[in-house]
Ligand binder design. Sequence first.
Ligand code: PHB
Length: 389
Amino acid sequence: MTRLNRFLLAGAAMLLAAPSVGQAEDYKVGLLLPYSGVYAALGQEIDDGFMLALKERGGEIADAQIEVVREDTEVKPPVGLSKARKLILQDEIDVMVGIVSSGVLGAIRDFVHQSGTPLIVANAGNDDATGARCSAYITRQSFSNGQVNRPMGPWMFENGIKTVYTLAPDYAAGHQMIDNFKAAFEEAGGKVVGQEFTPFQTTKDFGPYLTKAKAAGPDAIFVFYAGGEAISFVKQYASFGLSEEVPLYGSGFLTSPLYVNAEGPAAEGVIAGLHYIPTLDTPENKAFVEAYTRDHGKAPSEYAVQGYDAGQALVEAIKSGATDKEALAAALSKVSFTSPRGPVEIDPATNNIVQNIYVFETVAGSDGLTQKLLGTVEAVRDPVNGCAM
Ligand code: PHB
């Protein structure tokens, strides 16, 4: 480990006083997230979840000193790459955590891999990063784009939807989410009757796309949008009068608890699939929701749990005795624990996470919109997809 200026984790964490099996080591973590741009709120939520895990579990590695350095990707692949270079070459981080956009992950993958720096992906679902461009240094505590969307294909077909029109932003994640959904839906017997990819980060008016979608006469519309784009899309879908005519389905980021209340009544009735909803009835989730709500005054979203589990994975890797980048990467690919989202483990064939996918409906609750669980697809694992580590 490099010797750097370190600070101890918050004293409160030290007081949690679980028996310390951590190393008397210093670890420098680079949090590489969008703190500006359409995914800024997502980045902050991941950061908050990560820091909560360190606060709660820091006592288990009380001998380890962890320093966090933050950089903003601005959701731009070239900016993400230059910030990744800065964190690794200049700050000499021991482990990188973060990345929200699949485009940014695609841009930094080779540099991260060649530098031998462990990266815990805390959002970006880019299938290639745990597929043909997988790496022994890259593990995922979030989801892959295919993993979240495949289960919705058969689920929708079995629930009476025979034809679908799809919409998504025109970048890596939009294409991968829709391609995976389409393949699974058509394999189940359905038909995608039309699709469109909208300019990423710049589409303000979805009206022309909604007109075309409606004209295709599908049983349902299936979309992926996240962050600011999700809020605009869902509101425009309702104000266009489509909600009463064609049911809206999607990748669950569409109605994330992070911003569903900004979408308002327009989000009611949307059905989607995701790896986490804050209404899961488990002791681990109840404790997490309570702690996160206490600190932040709102329920956590999937982004918070991804940051939280990235922190838990790091604690587990340090506890296992890993003291350099090589050992940390190896340990990170072996972690398994019970997350607020359910049991999770890393698949040794891809370094992607294995986890449940939940189908849920956004419904009105006593205190704003909430998530009603409709079904669970257990232990969803990606096909190997060209990964050779
Ligand atoms: C992605 O680019 O991989 C991505 C971004 C935001 C999401 C999900 C996936 O909510």
